[in-house]
Design a protein around this ligand. Structure first.
Ligand SMILES: [Zn+2]
Length: 225
């Protein structure tokens, strides 16, 4: 190994995104246990299984899976991820999701994952779309596709977190557009967003996606507020 290789290995050695520990991937065992305290995905998944088993599952009912409860440590990490330039945390979140069999099986049952889009201007300002980073990594691990050219954001609206429930609903009205809808024809589509609060964003995206003739629609969010 030459000096360059050694340096590269040192720089790119994965460390735990929560505590910085080296040698245990992007999420160390200890922090994995800590994150697990906030995991609600198992519960939601069971509800979804239960529903289909009892055949009260109806066609336009949508399977939802939230990975974490949005509070304490999770809240802190997501805020750092979105606003403090800690984009590398997507690897930590994905490592947790992939290791959670129920969550990962849920993702693998879809053909395509579509992250909630961000307006180009905002994306340029932040440098990344936090939902897209996670969706891309999950798609890679689950061997499904990620499309960012089907659902687009046409208006640069206000940030949802500063608004109340009614304002949120109006704020996301007509800001998303479905394009290239033939790309998702007859496919199982999973919409991904980071935080689920009132559901206004997801509802607006869902409305657009359902304009295409798809086979199934699911919702995945990193955390539920
Ligand atoms: Zn750790």
């Amino acid at each position: 190994m030459n000096l360059l290789e050694k340096t590269l290995e040192y720089i790119f050695l994965p460390s735990c995104g929560v505590c910085g520990k080296l040698g245990e991937g992007y999420l160390c065992k200890k922090c994995g246990k800590e994150l697990n305290k906030y995991a609600i995905c198992s519960k939601a998944y069971l509800q979804f299984k239960e529903k289909s088993k009892n055949e009260i599952y109806i066609k336009d009912n949508i399977d939802r899976l939230h990975i974490f409860q949005y509070k304490e440590l999770i809240r802190k990490l997501i805020i750092q991820y979105k606003f403090n330039n800690k984009s590398y945390l997507y690897k930590t979140f994905c490592e947790f999701i992939v290791k959670n069999k129920k969550a990962f099986d849920f993702i693998k049952s879809y053909d395509i994952i579509i992250p909630v889009p961000m307006h180009n201007k905002k994306r340029a300002l932040r440098g990344y779309n936090q939902s897209e980073l996670i969706a891309k990594e999950l798609a890679k691990k689950a061997k499904i596709k990620m499309f960012t050219d089907v659902l687009v954001k046409t208006k640069n609206n206000r940030v949802q977190s500063s608004l109340n429930k009614e304002e949120r609903k109006n704020n996301v009205k007509d800001v998303y557009d479905l394009v290239n809808k033939e790309k998702i024809y007859s496919k199982k589509i999973l919409i991904f967003d980071d935080i689920y609060t009132t559901g206004a964003t997801i509802e607006a995206c869902k409305k657009e996606i359902l304009k295409a003739d798809i086979k199934q629609l699911g919702i995945l969010t990193l955390a539920k507020d």
